[in-house]
Design a protein around this ligand. Structure first.
Ligand SMILES: NC(=O)c1ccc[n+]([C@@H]2O[C@H](COP(=O)([O-])OP(=O)(O)OC[C@H]3O[C@@H](n4cnc5c(N)ncnc54)[C@H](OP(=O)(O)O)[C@@H]3O)[C@@H](O)[C@H]2O)c1
Length: 248
């Protein structure tokens, strides 16, 4: 495996905005080849073009993480373009908050499909390549809500607890293959995440609270860079960070 960040091939789901986009820029600037996945192909195409124009290595592949074949295609495209995959960043996610009693069952399904099954599909796509090379790094995005449960955030919290559970199992299972695993659990970071809360009263209240304390997405990008940059015999298993002003 390459050491550090330079020349590593990093696949990022949810690269069209927020944390994924910031991380793509951060890692590309440090010499990684970034392969961008998201549904909004206009956004990832423009980002890949912008990075390539600066002399960085970037490729965009339209991907819906709820479709296993599309996630496999994303990873296989990275291997075709750059020869291997070093890092899989399973970042795509959504957080349509609402109390259970509002019965937003379609949104529960969606969170399970994207936040849990999307991560599993990312693991399924990356693992065979990494096992074959006995080298690789899988980074899964959980949340402070993977550590605590708040009323109104129950299903989202369940999905983010699930990400931590499956990441911990993965960590133990991939030891024979020299694969590293990292869970990154951010607190409130300023992104488009709150735009997808359909209940307007909840969206307004959450935005008011988050806007007072949220930190920038570069904070997340730096934690990813830290975990990747450590030497191969160092496995950074979990990073939990919050805005200093965040009480929960
Ligand atoms: N911001 C925070 O405060 C915070 C805190 C803790 C954890 N997180 C987690 O951080 C991750 C990134 O979120 P963000 O804050 O950066 O929010 P964001 O700006 O809304 O970005 C979400 C990303 O996920 C992608 N996505 C959503 N559904 C998808 C699907 N079916 N297939 C492929 N991509 C999909 C979106 O791309 P398309 O819409 O183009 O597909 C977008 O790029 C999420 O897992 C979130 O739960 C965020």
């Amino acid at each position: 495996m390459n050491q550090g960040i330079e020349n590593k091939v990093v696949v990022i789901t949810g690269a069209s905005s927020g944390l994924g986009e910031a991380t793509a820029r951060h890692l590309a600037e440090r010499g990684a080849a970034v392969v961008l996945g998201a549904r909004r192909s206009d956004r990832i195409d423009a980002l890949a073009k912008e990075l390539a124009a600066k002399g960085y290595k970037a490729k965009a592949v339209q991907t819906d993480v709820t479709d296993r074949d599309q996630v496999k295609n994303l990873v296989d495209s990275a291997v075709d373009a750059f020869g291997r995959i070093d890092v899989m960043l399973n970042n795509a996610g959504l957080m349509p908050l609402a109390p259970l009693e509002r019965l937003k069952v379609d949104e529960w399904d969606r969170m399970i499909d994207v936040n849990i099954k999307g991560v599993l599909y990312g693991i399924a796509a990356a693992l065979p390549h990494m096992q074959a090379r006995k080298s690789g790094h899988i980074i899964n995005v959980s949340s402070v809500y993977g550590h605590v449960v708040d009323p109104g955030a129950t299903v989202y919290c369940a999905t983010k607890h699930a990400v931590r559970a499956l990441s911990e199992g993965l960590r133990k299972e991939v030891k024979p293959y020299n694969i590293r695993t990292t869970i990154i659990s951010p607190g409130a970071v300023s992104t488009e995440l709150l735009e997808h809360i359909s209940e307007k009263d909840i969206q307004a209240g959450t935005k008011e609270f988050v806007s007072k304390i949220a930190i920038g997405p570069d904070t997340f990008a730096r934690t990813v860079a830290f975990a990747i940059n450590e030497p191969e015999d160092v496995d950074i298993n979990e990073i939990l960070f919050r805005p200093t002003a965040q009480p929960v």
